[in-house]
Design a protein around this ligand. Sequence first.
Ligand code: NDP
Ligand SMILES: Nc1nc2c(ncn2[C@@H]2O[C@H](COP(=O)(O)O)[C@@H](O)[C@H]2O)c(=O)[nH]1
Length: 316
Amino acid sequence: MIHTELNYGDVYLVPKKTVVDSRKECDTSVQFGPRRFVMPLYAANMKSVVDAETCEYFARRNWFYTMHRFDVDAVAFVRDMQAKGLFASISVGVNGDTLQQLAALKAAGLSPEYITLDVANGWCVKAEQMIRFIKREFPHCFLIGGNIATAEAARDLEAWGCDAIKAGIAGGRVCITKNKTGFHRPMVATVRDCAAAVSVPVIADGGIVEHGDVAKALACGASMVMAGSLFAGYDESAGEIVEIDGKRYKEYFGSASQFNKGEYKNVEGKKILVEYKGSIARLLLELQEDLQSSVSYAGGRELSALRTVQIIAVAH
Ligand SMILES: NC(=O)C1=CN([C@@H]2O[C@H](COP(=O)(O)OP(=O)(O)OC[C@H]3O[C@@H](n4cnc5c(N)ncnc54)[C@H](OP(=O)(O)O)[C@@H]3O)[C@@H](O)[C@H]2O)C=CC1
Ligand SMILES: Nc1nc2c(ncn2[C@@H]2O[C@H](COP(=O)(O)O)[C@@H](O)[C@H]2O)c(=O)[nH]1
């Protein structure tokens, strides 16, 4: 029997009695690893979304960030962020280049506060080996592993030593994995299954289309949400402005796109143009206001209230 699974766009949250007098009373902050952040939401570790300046921008405003792992000097990045009194959060892969970067960090006496193991399918032997290696060599580091999409995979990554798990396979806006391989799991099912299976925080990665999807992800059990396209196209986002017929855009491309890889090999991502939207400050404020409102509809004062709401499927 083939069963149906749902995405954010297929569900809504049922309102409860509001207990606050103003949405301002609702607290959107989240403890994640050793630090507390203003929002349970952050920009994807993609080259077309974040660069070193974007990371600094978010860290200074106490938003979580993760630098991407493509052509990055991890030593320089970690040293620079920590010299500025900011936390360092980097991404790594599973191959020899990552081992070299980690050895260089160790030799320089540096330890980032957060490391994200960023591979398409984190439920694999190479990921297990890297997770165990990082936990051994950088025991004080908060290690995020991913990506995965099932309870069984989440349990394995927790057992291997991950401090948080990033869930979401082939749900991203510039993803073509589902078209090229046939594999994908809708986000509501992914997040609910993974979050129920482990005691470490789960990050819902990809597929955020509307601001309300953040609240839906948290209602499904996510502790944090990662989004790419939501944060693309701003002054502070990575990449240059492109002008076409007098209209301004920024490029948003997948980490597994030909554009990011530099060759057409195992391509599972595409490049699109997103409208240029100016400064990101207004977006960050609006996201926070919207989430405060979500918490009020959930009948609480804190994010935990979202875990108590009923999720309903809607007929299209
Ligand atoms: N969240 C998502 O759904 C997805 C995200 N991505 C993103 O794209 C980026 C690049 O991903 P990717 O192209 O997979 O490369 P990776 O850099 O993640 O691959 C790392 C290593 O793992 C091997 N590998 C990758 N996929 C598989 C597989 N299916 N089976 C066996 N070995 C594998 C690769 O070898 P080899 O190339 O020889 O196979 C390579 O040596 C990452 O940042 C990832 O997050 C990509 C796809 C889906
Ligand atoms: N299948 C692919 N997924 C990718 C690729 N590059 C990034 N990603 C994933 O997408 C999310 C962002 O999704 P969005 O809907 O918020 O835009 C990102 O965090 C990765 O997990 C890719 O090339 N192929």
